[in-house]
Write a protein of this length. Structure first.
Length: 137
């Protein structure tokens, strides 16, 4: 959710809260008059739509974030599979990090998880670099 969306949600909730507070105060008032009931109805009619819109914006932003995360995971998986195929099952951590545009620590965690899932072997070079060897069959 970007800055302006957060501001919009805050404004919508503030407006909705003000009108719903008026509604609550009118409903809880002892010895209600017709004017109090009318005020409560007006507050309800003017308070629910902005509050609902704010809730909808928050839920939509969460849905978009989940879709974006899923798409990102699919891109990383696709990069991993393409590198496996292109390099005959051998992947160096730094090469994967560069190709997948991931921080080195995340790339290492991803490759470690995939190595456990796919029963891969790995070689450690003299300078500490790790090269994973995944079985292709």
């Amino acid at each position: 959710m970007n800055f302006w969306q957060k501001i919009s949600v805050g404004v919508l909730f503030t407006i909705g809260f003000m009108f719903l507070t008026v509604t609550t105060a009118s409903v809880l008032k002892p010895n209600q008059t017709e004017k109090d009931r009318s005020t409560a109805l007006g507050g309800l009619l003017l308070g629910v739509p902005p509050t609902s819109a704010g809730i909808w914006m928050i839920l939509d932003a969460r849905r978009q974030a989940r879709v974006k995360q899923k798409h990102s995971l699919l891109q990383v998986e696709s990069t991993f599979l393409q590198m496996l195929k292109a390099n005959a099952g051998s992947i160096a951590t730094i090469d994967f990090a560069l190709e997948a545009k991931l921080p080195l620590a995340e790339a290492r965690q991803y490759l470690d998880r995939k190595a456990r899932e796919l029963n891969a072997d790995f070689d450690v070079s003299e300078n500490g670099g790790v090269k994973y060897r995944f079985p292709l069959s």
